[in-house]
Design a protein around this ligand. Sequence first.
Ligand SMILES: Nc1ncnc2c1ncn2[C@@H]1O[C@H](COP(=O)(O)OP(=O)(O)OP(=O)(O)O)[C@@H](O)[C@H]1O
Length: 237
Amino acid sequence: MVDAVRVSGLTVVRGGHQVLRGLGFTLRSGEVTGLLGPSGCGKSTLMRALVGVQAGVRGEVTVLGEPAGSRSLRHRIGYQTQAVSVYDDLSVRENLRFFARVLSVGATRIDEVLETTGLAPKADAVVSALSGGQRSRASLAVALLGDPDLLVLDEPTVGLDPVLRAELWGTFHAIATRGAAVLVSSHVMDEAERCERLLLMREGLLIADGTPSSIKADAGVGDIESAFLALVRGGAA
Ligand SMILES: Nc1ncnc2c1ncn2[C@@H]1O[C@H](COP(=O)(O)OP(=O)(O)OP(=O)(O)O)[C@@H](O)[C@H]1O
């Protein structure tokens, strides 16, 4: 597998406080990596640094062989923020048409992302009439329009029921299988088992980087939540 992202010595200072404290890791194409940690530990800041929209970044962040934020990366990265990023008063298809024009993407891609996100039956529904999960999938559909090589998803499953969550994780894996690197953040530890690889964060530091099984085995416990607690108690951060 190819490294889609290489990060070393990544530090971000906001309001005089070190929000990220010298992180180093790589992300591989074809894998779903989970970014897990408690609220406020720096997950969104890290994601913004990868996408190239974070202020106050120090260290090296290379995405698809280019420095993060390079113009040439714009169409190669899909980013879903925590806020729903589609227009409420337009239908799903109208939103996709609008963003496809912005990205200079052909109309056939609209049908593909509707299929991938399971939104084809809701294509002509106005966004304001959709459920929370469907809105979240509409934002995901927009993030997928450019057929990105790196997909960065900030808490895409928050507030969704277990069935929808399982479906969305299936979608993330399908996207990775087609060759993209997928980074998904969550503060819910039980989502860890759905990832091929995990980055565990606490207070701006990376406290573990590995497969769910290797992290559990290293900590000598049976679940990621216990592994996280063992790492914290052992003084990893
Ligand atoms: N502009 C800013 N000035 C000062 N502190 C900031 C600023 N932006 C973020 N922070 C702090 O940086 C830390 C990390 O924030 P971030 O949003 O990255 O966390 P998170 O892990 O994504 O949290 P959540 O899971 O709640 O979204 C928080 O403690 C936050 O208060």
